[in-house]
Design a binder for this molecule. Structure first.
Ligand code: ATP
Ligand code: MG
Length: 286
C-alpha cells in the first residue's frame, strides 16, 4: 500500500491560544514495500505524523492517501469508514507495553482479529502464531500480561498488531530500553516481515539501526520533513546539517577510506559486513 502526505498541517488544541502546530506542510510519501525509518529530535512530530497514517489523527489541513483511503481535513473528501484502514495500517505505539488490557496474553493478541470479525477460535490460532513469531512461547499464552517483563509485554503488543496481518506495520521506537540481543532479535523480526512483503515504517533515534535496515529515510525537524531519500546519501553528506549522530559503520568506513580503502556502501549493512569486506580486499591485494 502506497502512503502519501499531501501538504499536511496538524494542530493540537482547538482554539488560540492553546493551538500548537505539530506538523507543517508535510508533503512526502512512503513507498510500497519499503523499510522507511523516520528520525528527528524529540518533539519534532514523528509520533504525530504516523498517527495520520491510519486516521487516528486527522490532518488540520491537507490529506493523507493510504491506498484507496483518504484521510483528509476536508470531510467531503475523507473516506467515510476508516476502521478497515486500521487493519491495513497497524501502529505499534511508543510505550505499547502499557496498552495491554485483556486478562491473558493470548486474548490480548486475539483482540485485534476478533475486532475485525474473525471468530474466537481462529483468532486464538492466529494469536498463537504471532506470539511464537515474536519469541513469546506457549508457557506465556495464558498468563496475565501484567506478570510479564516490560520487554515481553512489548513483544506481545507487537504480536497484537501482527495478528491483524496489516499491509503496513508502523513501529514507534520499539527497541528503546531493550538489551542488545533483544534489539537484534526485534530488528530481525521486522526485517523478516519486510522480506515477506510488509511495508515497515520505523520511528527511531538509533542511527545504527537506520544504517543497517532502512531502504528509505525521512528526517523531521520542528514539524517539517527536511530530508527524504536513501540512508547512504544521508549519512555520507548531510548528518551534520540535521544534527544527527553518525552511525558507527559510517564512521569506520570514512576512517578506512581516508587510508585508501574503497567500499560499495550498498553491500555493507553492519560491522560484520565491513569486516568481511576488509578481509576480502586484503586477500585480493596480496
Ligand atoms: N496531545 C498533545 N497536545 C498538545 N501538544 C502535543 C500533544 N502531543 C504532542 N504534542 C506536541 O507536539 C509536538 C510533536 O510531538 P510528537 O509526540 O509527535 O513528537 P516526537 O517527534 O514523536 O517526539 P519523541 O521523539 O519525544 O517521541 C511536541 O512539541 C509535543 O509537545
Ligand atoms: Mg514520539
Amino acid at each position: 500500500m502506497k502512503l502519501k502526505f499531501n501538504h499536511v498541517d496538524f494542530f493540537y488544541g482547538t482554539k488560540a491560544p492553546y493551538l500548537f502546530q505539530a506538523l507543517n506542510d508535510i508533503d512526502c510519501d512512503i513507498k510500497e514495500k519499503s523499510f522507511t525509518c523516520i528520525v528527528g529530535h524529540t518533539g519534532c512530530g514523528k509520533s504525530t505524523l504516523i498517527q495520520q497514517l491510519n486516521g487516528l489523527l486527522i490532518p488540520s489541513k491537507g490529506s493523507v492517501f493510504a491506498g484507496d483511503f483518504i484521510v483528509s481535513s476536508n470531510k467531503k473528501e475523507r473516506t467515510k469508514k476508516l476502521k478497515p484502514l486500521r487493519q491495513k495500517v497497524g501502529i505499534v505505539f511508543q510505550f505499547s507495553e502499557y496498552q495491554l488490557f485483556e486478562n491473558t496474553v493470548e486474548e490480548d493478541v486475539a483482540f485485534g482479529p476478533m475486532n475485525f470479525g474473525v471468530k474466537k477460535e481462529e483468532a486464538l490460532k492466529i494469536a498463537h502464531e504471532s506470539l511464537l513469531k515474536v519469541g513469546i512461547g506457549e508457557s506465556f499464552f495464558k498468563k496475565s500480561p501484567f506478570d510479564l517483563s516490560g520487554g515481553e509485554r512489548r513483544r506481545v503488543a507487537i504480536a497484537g498488531i501482527m495478528a491483524m496481518q496489516p499491509e503496513v506495520i508502523v513501529l514507534d521506537e520499539p527497541t528503546v530500553g531493550l538489551d542488545p540481543r533483544g534489539v537484534k532479535e526485534m530488528m530481525l523480526l521486522f526485517k523478516q516481515l519486510h522480506e515477506q512483503g510488509t511495508t515497515v515504517v520505523l520511528v527511531t533515534h538509533d542511527m545504527n539501526l537506520v544504517y543497517g535496515y532502512a531502504s528509505d529515510v525521512i528526517v523531521m525537524d520542528h514539524g517539517k520533513v527536511v530530508y527524504q531519500g536513501g540512508p547512504h546519501e544521508l549519512f555520507n553528506r548531510s548528518v551534520d546539517e540535521y544534527s544527527l549522530e553518525t552511525p558507527l559503520v559510517t564512521k569506520l568506513i570514512q576512517g578506512l577510506e581516508n587510508k585508501g580503502y574503497k567500499f560499495d556502501l550498498e553491500k555493507i549493512a553492519s560491522i560484520d559486513d565491513l569486516v568481511d569486506e576488509i578481509v576480502k580486499q586484503r586477500r585480493t591485494s596480496k
